[in-house]
Design a protein around this ligand. Structure first.
Ligand code: MN
Length: 210
């Protein structure tokens, strides 16, 4: 995955129709080829006149954005965040997913949320509470403890020192064509294509890095 300027929109690791019938082909196509592409294009054009910033990775740009002058900082925050959040979301889907959390993450979810039902209930509550556009997240805190959180717009949990494990995009463009205004229905369908292997890998990375 290309992680430095100039950013390119790497193809999805599966077909646009791979999440049918849960997430429709047209939504996947528009979401990746138009929405994510726009964040990539805007990020590249924001970085054009800043050779020093061009050397930074996507994560470094996101973490460093608050320290930049506001006219460029917010543009970089929004667009680098848009690239990061979308790549994370698309990589977190699987065409042949497991039904339940696996591995270390599975055990941690069982312990923290007293099983999958408790976890789903809490994540759903959080994602439904996002007013307007944003994301629901499962993250690992510095202590290694699991936490469900949300971010508005294209903010990420990276700037608050949290280590992301999974995210659900709850911008309307992620579900409006199929689920219309029913965000909860979309969430139920998203859970059917959640990549639990990938989430477990990310969790183990988080634990190793702390
Ligand atoms: Mn999106």
């Amino acid at each position: 995955m290309n992680n430095r300027y100039p950013f390119i929109n790497t193809p999805l690791p599966y077909g646009y129709d791979a999440m049918e019938p849960y997430i429709d082909t047209k939504t996947m196509e528009l979401h990746h080829d138009r929405h994510l592409q726009t964040y990539i294009d805007n990020l590249n054009s924001a970085l054009k006149g800043y050779p020093k910033l061009q050397k930074l990775s996507l994560e470094q740009l996101i973490k460093g954005a608050p320290a930049l002058p506001q006219e460029i900082g917010s543009t970089i925050n929004n667009n680098a965040g848009g690239v990061y959040n979308h790549r994370f979301y698309f990589d977190g889907l699987a065409s042949q997913p497991q039904e339940m959390p696996v591995g270390w993450l599975g055990r941690a979810i069982d312990q923290t949320y007293v099983g999958m039902d408790g976890f789903v209930k809490e994540l759903t509550k959080a994602a439904l509470s996002v007013f307007g556009s944003g994301y629901g997240w499962l993250v690992s805190e510095r202590t290694g403890a699991l936490k469900i959180t949300t971010t508005p717009n294209q903010n990420t949990p990276l700037t608050t020192g949290l280590c992301p494990i999974l995210n659900i995009d709850v911008w309307e463009h992620a579900y409006y064509l199929k689920h219309h205004n029913k965000r909860a229905d979309y969430m139920g369908d998203w859970l059917k294509v959640m990549n639990w292997e990938k989430a477990n890998e990310r969790y183990m990375e988080c634990v190793k890095a702390k």
